[in-house]
Design a protein around this ligand. Structure first.
Ligand SMILES: NC(=O)c1ccc[n+]([C@@H]2O[C@H](COP(=O)([O-])OP(=O)(O)OC[C@H]3O[C@@H](n4cnc5c(N)ncnc54)[C@H](OP(=O)(O)O)[C@@H]3O)[C@@H](O)[C@H]2O)c1
Length: 247
């Protein structure tokens, strides 16, 4: 686990999974820095974390689509975090994305370039610290195989996973741990209104617990066992079969 004497920085902290993860860290007594495009939306969450767990929690501004944002945020902190987690992601409707190159660019920037760049900036700073540190990127099983339903989002998540894999190798000889999280379905704002199979859908709290347990165990990739099975099968399907499937 990353040193407990430094804060954790959570990027994309308005996400339901991010807030559930922040509550778990706060319960362990860890100081939190919650970052989002509109940090005012996090004021209530910060107050609640401090009230319930007695930890310091600060909300700061961060926009993943601004390449200068992560570096500036990290350099503005009085004490560098030992853990940086990116929950940043965005999935607009696929049919709109497939007709609008600016929307496609925004999907790539929001799910790949932005969060990957933020973690690149974080990795360089955290690997130079003395104690154990970690960066965690939340990708998606959607990156495992392009589907008609969400292939622009899936392609960005696949690229994000590749960057995290590269960072893991790059820092293998340092004390920086690099973990990739690949959720399946989670009941959040992103999936609101979708008809998700209950047996394969996690609550934000369950997803957050899975991530923290994986981080404690020093896992490199965190996937729920059911999704590991599902995607294992999906990946093995021959193209001739896969292309005719609708799911
Ligand atoms: N829910 C699922 O079933 C599911 C499945 C697989 C993977 N995931 C991944 O899990 C992560 C969390 O998603 P969620 O389900 O909790 O949905 P969510 O509430 O929509 O969370 C996405 C987060 O990303 C932030 N974000 C988007 N663009 C940003 C930008 N340019 N700069 C900074 N922050 C930005 C959002 O901030 P704003 O509040 O400012 O919009 C929000 O905090 C995402 O990476 C998502 O792709 C979710």
């Amino acid at each position: 686990m990353p040193s407990p004497d430094r804060p954790a920085l959570i990027l994309g902290a308005t996400s339901d999974i991010a807030l559930a993860f922040a509550r778990l860290l706060a319960a362990e007594g860890r100081e939190l820095i919650l970052a989002a495009r509109d940090p005012a939306r996090l004021d209530a969450a910060c107050k609640d974390l401090t009230l319930r767990h007695g930890v310091k929690a600060t909300a700061l501004a961060f926009d993943a689509r601004d390449p200068a944002s992560a570096g500036a945020l990290l350099d503005s902190l009085p004490l560098l975090p030992s853990l940086v987690v990116s929950f940043v992601g965005w999935m607009p409707p696929q049919d709109e994305t497939a007709r609008d190159p600016e929307l496609a660019r925004a999907v790539i920037e929001s799910n790949l370039l932005g969060p990957a760049w933020a973690l690149e900036e974080a990795a360089r700073r955290l690997a130079a610290l003395e104690g154990p540190t970690a960066i965690v990127g939340v990708g998606s099983v959607a990156g495992d195989r392009g589907r008609a339903r969400n292939y622009w989002y899936g392609a960005a998540k696949a690229g994000f996973e590749a960057v995290l894999s590269g960072l893991r190798q790059k820092y293998a000889r340092s004390r920086l741990h690099v973990m990739t999280v690949k959720p399946g379905f989670v009941a959040t704002r992103m999936t609101e209104g979708m008809d998700l199979p209950a047996a394969l859908t996690l609550t934000p709290e369950a997803q957050a617990r899975l991530m923290l347990a994986a981080l404690r165990r020093g896992r490199h990739v965190a996937v729920h066992w059911k999704w590991r099975l599902v995607m294992g099968v999906i990946r093995l399907l021959p193209e001739g079969v896969f292309r005719r499937m609708r799911f």
